[in-house]
Design a protein around this ligand. Structure first.
Ligand code: SAM
Ligand code: SF4
Length: 334
């Protein structure tokens, strides 16, 4: 290989990996019913990557050609030092895009600092506009705080803000049109997500609450004219534009429209496991590499390149059966 040519991360199926999602904590101030059980045990701090270790791993990925990093969790904004970490990652030469996913609970205080730190785009989770339902779905959350956070994020001038809504039959499926209207009124994008069977949950049966993207599109069609667009932000959403507005409506359909063929991403968990696929357990322990050979970025890069060989072809979710994947979404880095 030519000495100055950047290495590329390519898996056995020819897919180029240029997108890393980093979970910087498994902790969260919410307990969303689709994401967590009510009683969760979080990882002891010694098992969580330090901010320095996260920086080093991100640097290795960027040197290997990763162009986009999404910082997520758990709730990333509950981790101390997150703004400095984002600034450091955002200034890495070669990285084009630093983006963040948040539940919005701390955005009212932090949005301006996040924008100043170099975060370009923001995803904010919002499943309902009804305060009681919001409390029921998040178990601990306060809708008004999140709405204030969204307003602060709009004022801070992010390039794009997207809402994420997990849609569950008989819980919030009847609100999809109101959520789109809220997105339009606030010049936001919105993606609807089919619930994935990650980890045991205790408030509902996932097969019974499954609400497919097709049904959402049908529900929306009586109020909005949706036109399919080829826009891609490098993620798994299929996008539509609402006629007469700049907002886009996306559908993330892990069950009804498998998106694995174009998968360009891997995930780093808070405890330093590099997960090669959301729906499989194939992983490599990068924490061991950074702790056994601190500062040896070449060793880290070698481990990451080798990991591409075990990236699975696709996920196989079955919403009607007990989850095969025992880790919850907060431990996965959604
Ligand atoms: N706490 C932040 C938040 O809620 O936006 C970031 C982490 S959260 C795990 C990332 C995304 O995963 C959120 O949009 C959330 O709705 C989604 N999510 C969590 N559990 C899920 C599940 N079982 N199926 C589908 N999406 C899920
Ligand atoms: Fe927390 Fe996000 Fe999971 Fe909700 S979806 S419990 S906000 S990590």
């Amino acid at each position: 290989m030519a000495p100055n040519k950047p290495l590329l991360l390519v898996d056995r199926f020819g897919r180029v990996v240029n997108y890393l999602r980093v979970s910087i904590t498994d902790r969260c101030d919410f307990r969303c019913v689709y994401c967590m059980a009510e009683d969760m045990e979080f990882l002891p701090r010694s098992q969580i990557l330090s901010l320095e270790e996260i920086r080093t791993i991100c640097r290795a990925f960027v040197e290997l050609g990763v162009k986009k990093i999404r910082v997520t969790g758990g709730e990333p904004l509950v981790r101390k030092g997150v703004v400095d970490l984002l600034r450091d990652i955002g200034s890495m030469p070669g990285l084009n895009e630093l983006v963040l996913t948040s539940n919005g609970s701390r955005l009212a205080e932090m949005a301006a600092d996040l924008r100043a730190a170099g975060v370009k785009r923001l995803n904010i989770s919002l499943d309902t506009l009804d305060p009681d339902k919001f409390r029921e779905l998040t178990r601990t959350g306060n809708l008004q705080r999140v709405l204030d956070g969204i307003a602060a994020a709009r004022a801070a001038g992010f390039e794009r803000i997207k809402l994420n809504a997990v849609v569950m039959k008989n819980r919030n499926h009847h609100e999809v049109a109101d959520l789109v209207q809220f997105a339009l009124d606030n010049s936001l994008d919105i993606s609807f997500i089919e619930e994935m069977p990650l980890g045991q949950v205790d408030r509902h049966h996932r097969g019974e609450s499954y609400y497919p993207s097709d049904a959402i599109r049908r529900d929306l069609s009586s109020r909005f004219n949706l036109q399919a667009v080829a826009d891609t932000t490098g993620g798994p959403s299929a996008y539509y534009r609402v006629q007469g507005s700049a907002s886009r409506v996306g559908f993330i359909s892990p069950h009804s429209a498998n998106f694995c063929g174009s998968c360009n991403r891997v995930r780093l968990t808070a405890e330093g496991r590099l997960l090669l696929c959301l729906g499989n357990e194939h992983s490599v322990d990068l924490k061991r590499v950074v702790r056994e050979q601190p500062g040896d970025i070449a060793a880290l890069k070698q481990a990451i390149v080798a990991a591409m060989q075990i990236k699975p072809e696709k996920h196989e979710f079955n919403i009607h059966e007990q989850p095969v994947i025992l880790r919850h979404m907060n431990a996965t880095g959604g």
